[in-house]
Design a protein. Structure first.
Length: 278
């Protein structure tokens, strides 16, 4: 799954950290650049084995690093809780993503707030879905990547239900019907939360449903870079594609072409696990 792949991507990058923040902060307001520098120094002190954590740089400014699991989600939502709802929030994030429900817990905590999100290095999976999308202002530092692979979908329940025999062969005696019902109910709740997040953020309500349809599209209808890369399990969208989905970027230092993404993937040892969708 993409979740595991992104873990490998960020682990490889941390092992060869380089000061991209000096480029990424160029042209940004001083108050944002100051927080970016503080977060970059903190990120550099951490390793791939570090637990997800939040560093508070001021009352409304935070650095978040790591997986959005139960620990990471709880840390970020707890950090946001004391900040008055009418106070602007700045989050510099470096995250491989995480669980669907845990990531949606973060988007719930961001709902209704004036949020600026700054992507440092990587914002993948649940980070892209539930931190990047809900932000009012979205900043991608130089050579940083926002990677999507879909969100909560009942298709996930259908896939599990269709694998009944395979699951029971590996888990004899399991109550498959009960597990399938619980999984479907959980996904139904998460889809409803996800749809509310898109509405609150002003993002195209079809954003995640598009991923389900994309899987069935003929190659001729897909982005050439993704159609030519069967290994890709994550998509980096062009700024124009995101704009058409009402996801506006305030500053974009990330890859703007398939060639840019291939250069970054080669530089960081990320292979062909992501593709560029124009």
């Amino acid at each position: 799954m993409f979740y595991a792949i992104i873990l490998v991507l960020i682990a490889n990058f941390i092992a060869a950290e380089r000061p991209i923040h000096e480029q990424g902060s160029t042209g940004l307001p001083n108050e944002i650049s100051t927080v970016v520098r503080a977060c970059s120094a903190w990120f550099a002190s951490r390793t791939s084995g570090s637990d997800p954590a939040v560093l508070k740089t001021s009352r409304g400014s935070f650095c978040f690093d790591g997986l959005i699991d139960s620990t990471g989600s709880a840390a970020l939502t707890a950090a946001l809780k004391p900040v008055p709802a009418n106070r602007p929030v700045l989050i510099v994030v470096r995250s491989q993503g995480g669980g669907i429900s845990e990531s949606l817990d973060v988007s719930d905590a961001l709902a209704g707030r004036d949020v600026t999100v700054v992507v440092h290095t990587l914002c993948g999976s649940g980070c892209a879905n539930s931190i990047f999308l809900p932000a009012r202002r979205r900043i991608i530092l130089d050579d940083a990547v926002v990677a999507f692979h879909g969100g909560a979908s009942l298709t996930l329940a259908e896939k599990f239900e269709n694998d009944r025999e395979k699951f029971l062969a590996a888990n004899p005696g399991a109550d498959f019907d009960r597990l399938a019902r619980e999984w479907r109910k959980k996904l139904e709740r998460d889809v409803a939360r996800q749809n509310a997040m898109l509405r609150n953020a002003g993002v195209d309500s079809d954003f995640f449903a598009w991923f389900d349809r994309m899987a069935d599209q003929p190659i001729s209808s897909q982005s050439p870079d993704c159609a030519a890369n069967p290994e890709a399990e994550a998509i980096v969208f062009s700024e124009s594609f995101l704009s058409r989905r009402r996801v506006l970027i305030s500053y974009n230092g990330g890859p703007r072409t398939a060639e840019d993404l291939r250069r970054l993937n080669a530089m960081r040892g990320w292979g062909r696990r992501s593709c560029f969708w124009q």
